[in-house]
Design a protein around this ligand. Structure first.
Ligand SMILES: O=C(O)CCC(=O)C(=O)O
Length: 383
């Protein structure tokens, strides 16, 4: 165990030394497709890009709430409601001994009302427009001409158009807990700021991924109260255990020493008019600060990732059971069972893996099928 510990810890250091450095690269103009592919996508390395979306009408139009409310006056949108801004996150359940993986109550809501709830949050109700199912092109199609339908240099580099385009409108109370996605993500901020914490896939053991029972908030408009309901039959979701901003006096720091005592996560603030390239499989945690209109607005483009040799290596790494010697929370003998089970190698078994772990990837299974490359789809249809 000691040998493995030293090797994994030197892996975390080495990727920083040979590739990532101490901070995320900042490009002051859009890269060429070749530069983007060569310096960032193929290296699985993030970057922040300024002056790439300055021509979007959205940048001047969307910070004015009346513009959005008028454009979407008759739209019904999927509003995510929680008591505390923590959706797709871990929370205690009164009837369950362990933490649960909790999803928001999703309420179809007229857009102008949803925006009011976000800009002027009532007590104990946090609203976040964060439907992730290609919502920009479905629920918000009236806004389509305000920004580009893809990021041209990224589409050329990646050889495809985005699989999904999502709109995110929230306030300072909403947080997105640490997770990873099987997509190349181009994340453009239109109003306010997004604060990302990033960890490379090589740091997977520092996230303490464990299986948690799935639960969902149910909100009653009449009483204004939330009830937390465990899914039945029980479904277990593998999720990152680390809260990077623990309350003072909490035990998080001693429970997760690999995270808190290891290399610092990369911190990136994405301002209005900037794009973050967030490579596939990177762990990310997101907070936000509102802009002039009282909310934070972003559009992100999810592109197919390549299920290539890096993907295979990351899965192999993830399959190594590992526990730091100063981690007192889990007996070493249980470490593997509680851990994040690696996806099997064969494609059809990969699909089963995706189905079993759909919540961890943040998308329903049907959408995750789309993340398979064309050649993988061809193999699948031939089997
Ligand atoms: O903006 C957020 O709250 C989360 C964004 C995110 O997780 C993503 O784009 O994958």
């Amino acid at each position: 165990m000691r040998g493995k510990r030293v090797e994994l810890e030197s892996l975390w250091e080495e990727v920083r030394e040979v590739s990532l450095g101490n901070s995320v690269d900042h490009l002051h103009s859009p890269p060429t497709p070749l530069q983007f592919l060569r310096d960032f996508v193929s290296q699985n390395k993030p970057c922040l890009i300024s002056n790439s979306i300055s021509h979007w009408p959205a940048l001047s139009l969307w910070p004015t709430p009346s513009y959005l409310s008028t454009s979407l006056s008759s739209s019904l949108v999927s509003l995510h409601l929680t008591p505390d801004g923590q959706a797709d996150a871990l929370a205690p359940h009164p009837l369950h001994p362990s933490l649960c993986f909790v999803s928001a109550h999703v309420q179809p809501t007229p857009f102008p009302h949803a925006l009011d709830l976000i800009r002027q949050p009532p007590n104990h109700l946090v609203a976040y427009l964060q439907q992730q199912n290609d919502c920009f092109r479905t629920e918000y199609s009236e806004l389509e001409s305000d920004c580009d339908d893809h990021i041209p240099w990224a589409s050329e580099a990646l050889g495809c158009l985005p699989e999904a385009v999502n709109l995110w409108i929230g306030n300072h109370l909403s947080e997105t807990s640490f997770h990873k996605d099987h997509y190349e993500n181009l994340y453009a901020v239109v109003s306010g700021e997004k604060h990302f914490l990033l960890l490379p896939p090589t740091d997977v053991h520092r996230m303490y991924i464990r299986d948690y029972p799935a639960a969902r908030y149910c909100y009653s408009e009449e009483s204004g109260e939330f009830r937390l309901e465990l899914e039945e039959p029980e479904r277990r979701v593998p999720w990152c255990s680390v809260d990077p901003y623990p309350a003072t006096g909490s035990e998080e720091r001693s429970k997760f020493p690999l995270y808190f005592n290891g290399p610092k996560p990369f911190e990136v603030t994405v301002k209005a008019g900037e794009i973050l390239y967030l490579p596939s499989m990177w762990f990310h945690h997101v907070k936000q600060s509102p802009g002039d209109g009282g909310c934070t607005i972003a559009v992100n483009y999810w592109y197919d990732m390549q299920f290539d040799i890096k993907y295979a290596y990351f899965n192999f790494l993830q399959s190594l059971p590992y526990q730091s010697t100063d981690d007192q929370t889990i007996p070493e003998s249980e470490c593997e069972d509680l851990g994040y089970h690696p996806p099997p190698n064969h494609l059809s078994r990969n699909l089963r893996y995706l189905k079993d772990h759909e919540d961890c990837c943040g998308l329903p299974y049907v959408n995750m099928i789309k993340v398979l490359t064309n050649s993988q789809r061809a193999v699948l249809s031939a089997t």
